[in-house]
Design a protein around this ligand. Structure first.
Ligand code: ADP
Ligand code: MG
Length: 277
């Protein structure tokens, strides 16, 4: 009898493997023992197993989406200190974390000085999208431009564009650090206009809009890019000075901390964004 049981378990595990139900395979014996001791009926036992498999499957898929997004470092909203960045509205970010902007094909622009949490917020919001089942890809803009230039004359370019077409959300981090070449700027514009009203974009930049011409090279391209990006878009300004710099300063001169008055900006060399008018 014992032998027969173990034989049918082996067969069961084999069938579960063929059917790709790894969680049921791992849990069925334990749950069966529990069900027997709790006097649970067969259908409830089956339901329990299927629920475990579904939960696990969702988790595995979310992990795969997180991996596919290729975040340089994973950041979450739990670790964002909203009190340290009063220009960022926690309610608005919490609302964005629900991802309705992705369903509406809207964009999010994060603008502010270096170190003010733009990449942190972009990554955290994009990670929320992964958890909710959206397909996401994160790029440093310069990396994307390099990839586009390298692929431009090859089939790889079409493959890359095909990948973008399947995305729900594309993050372009640090638009503005390095001026793109003319070709690079045209290719970047092509990605942005193809995404327009199909794929949501989260763009971070340390440059105020009137300096985007320096990156994109021409007034025409800058105008057309901003037109597409800012049509149906949320603009979030991370005003103030660098988070780490502020903490480093606070640590080194703890007895007399001087806070800059909100809205007046500071004289830090890092401050490159003038308040928008
Ligand atoms: P930016 O992209 O604006 O240059 P980052 O998002 O890279 O800035 O922030 C720099 C570092 O400071 C990161 O490690 C980030 O996690 C941290 N940081 C910035 N702002 C905050 C904040 N308000 N709360 C917690 N960590 C923050
Ligand atoms: Mg950044």
């Amino acid at each position: 009898m014992k032998q027969l049981e173990s034989k049918s378990v082996v067969l069961l595990k084999h069938h579960l493997k063929v059917l790709r139900l790894p969680t049921i395979s791992a849990e069925c014996e334990k749950v069966a023992a529990q069900a027997a001791s709790d006097n649970v009926d067969h259908l409830s036992y089956l339901l329990q197993l299927l629920e475990l498999e579904l939960l696990d499957r969702e988790k595995r898929a979310a992990d795969r989406r997180l991996k596919a997004a290729k975040f340089p470092t994973l950041k979450t909203l739990d670790t964002f200190d909203f009190a340290a960045r009063p220009s960022v509205n926690k309610v608005e970010i919490t609302e964005l974390a629900r991802c309705e902007y992705i369903d509406k094909h809207e964009n999010v622009l994060l603008v502010g000085n270096p170190g003010t949490g733009k990449s942190h917020l972009a990554t955290a919001l994009a990670a929320c999208a992964c958890a909710k089942g959206y397909r996401v890809r994160f790029y440093r803009t310069t990396e994307l431009v390099t990839a586009l230039i390298e692929a431009r004359d090859e089939r790889a370019f079409l493959r890359l564009k095909g990948q973008f077409a399947r995305l729900d959300l594309l993050v372009l981090d640090e638009l503005g650090y390095v001026p793109a070449s003319k070709v690079g700027a045209e290719l970047l514009f092509d990605v942005i206009s193809t995404a327009y009203e199909r794929t949501s974009l989260i763009v971070t930049s340390n440059l105020p809009f009137d300096s985007w011409t320096e990156v994109l090279g021409s007034e025409r391209l800058t105008g057309a890019t901003l037109d597409r990006l800012t049509h149906r878009c949320r603009i979030i300004e991370t005003k103030g000075e660098s988070y780490r710099l502020r903490h480093a300063k606070a640590r080194s001169r703890r007895p007399k901390i001087e806070e800059s008055v909100p809205g007046t900006g500071s004289s830090e060399a890092l401050d490159t964004v003038s308040s928008t008018n």
